[in-house]
Each structure stands twice: as structure tokens, then as C-alpha cells.
Design a protein around this ligand. Structure first.
Ligand code: SF4
Length: 192
């Protein structure tokens, strides 16, 4: 027997809204909310990550992207390798001091608004490599929004980090990046 086809046009539906909409005022036939909330909702559910992977944490990220953990559930399955089209730089792995300027250049090539996630102990703090050649955390060269601890972090921890980024993205004021505090932050990294 053929399965009945159900359309989500009217009446009771077996489909559920996965993501809730922004807060607002609603009544019969209308819904009103703020522009900032709509932009935040759209941005946070369409993050394009740029994976900058240099070592083992990158392998863990591959597991996070694969079918079992499926980062695509969060609107972030479109991993890009062109900084100009991505808005979340995910640095994963040991970053040697020689590699530092390359990470910074990739960051600078990304358009605003951009966010940064440091995945794992190495990207966050140099990890076990307390040596002359390893950068002791990428926040020495670029601002970091979310740190994910672990060596390597499990995919669940990476997903948690992405959710934290989503929360920052969704709640960010549209004026933040043109404000004096953000300018000050950029200047502290020599970015004008
Ligand atoms: S944090 Fe651990 S797993 Fe990740 S890159 Fe460093 S050594 Fe490898």
C-alpha cells in the first residue's frame, strides 16, 4: 500500500519548525520584529566556516562534518576555502610562528562580519608545544571569539563551540563593528 502524501499547506501538520523565529509581535496575519533580530537569525543559521587545519584537530573536524555528527544541521555545511566568502575562521592545529602571518593574512582577507573559533589546545594556547617555534595561542595575532578546549576536542565539543558562535552571531548588534570598542580591538592587533 502506498504511503499517504502529506502536504504542509493547511490544517494539522506532522512537520515541526526546527528553528524558532525571532521575538516579535504577532497577530492575525502579521508579524513584526526588529531588523537586527532578523539579520542575526539569518546570519547565525548560515555560517560558512573556513577550516584552517594544520594537524590532528583537523581530522576531528572532519568527523564533525561527516554524517554522524553532521555540522550541516546547524546551517554550516558549506565549508569554503576562499576567505572572501567565509565568515567563520576555524583554526585547528598547531600554528608555528612562521605560520602566524599566513593565518593573519587569511583573517584579513575575510570580509566583515567575521568570527574566529580556536579549536583545540594548540590553536588556543600552543598546547603541549611550549617551544620556541610554536605560537602560544592564535589570539596573539588575531582576535578569537570562541575557544574549544581539548586535545583534540571531541566532535560534541566542536558542535558546542559552533553553538556558542551562533549565539554570538545571533545577538550581535549591527552597530558593533563600527563602534569605538571594536576599532580599539582591531588596532590592538595592528589591524586598521
Ligand atoms: S590540540 Fe592536540 S589534537 Fe589538536 S592539534 Fe594540538 S596536539 Fe593535535
Amino acid at each position: 500500500m502506498a504511503r499517504p502524501v502529506r502536504y504542509n499547506l493547511s490544517g494539522e501538520s506532522n512537520l515541526k519548525l526546527v528553528k524558532e523565529g525571532p521575538e516579535g509581535l504577532e497577530g492575525e496575519g502579521f508579524f513584526a520584529t526588529g531588523l537586527e533580530k532578523v539579520v542575526g537569525l539569518a546570519r547565525k543559521n548560515s555560517i560558512w566556516p573556513l577550516p584552517f587545519a594544520t594537524s590532528c584537530c583537523g581530522i576531528e573536524f572532519m568527523a564533525t562534518m561527516a554524517a554522524h555528527y553532521d555540522l550541516g544541521r546547524f546551517g554550516a555545511e558549506r565549508v569554503g576555502f576562499s576567505p572572501r566568502q567565509c565568515d567563520l575562521l576555524m583554526v585547528m592545529g598547531t600554528i608555528a610562528k612562521k605560520m602566524g602571518p599566513v593565518v593573519k593574512q587569511v583573517y584579513l582577507q575575510m570580509a566583515e562580519p567575521r568570527w574566529v573559533l580556536a579549536m583545540g589546545a594548540c590553536a588556543s594556547s600552543g598546547g603541549i608545544f611550549d617551544s620556541y617555534s610554536v605560537l602560544q595561542g592564535i589570539d596573539q595575532i588575531i582576535p578569537v571569539d570562541v575557544y574549544v578546549p581539548g586535545c583534540p576536542p571531541r566532535p560534541e565539543a566542536v558542535l558546542d563551540g559552533i553553538l556558542k558562535v551562533q549565539s554570538l552571531v545571533g545577538n550581535e548588534s549591527l552597530r558593533r563593528r563600527s563602534g569605538p570598542r571594536y576599532k580599539e580591538l582591531m588596532e590592538s592587533y595592528g589591524i586598521l
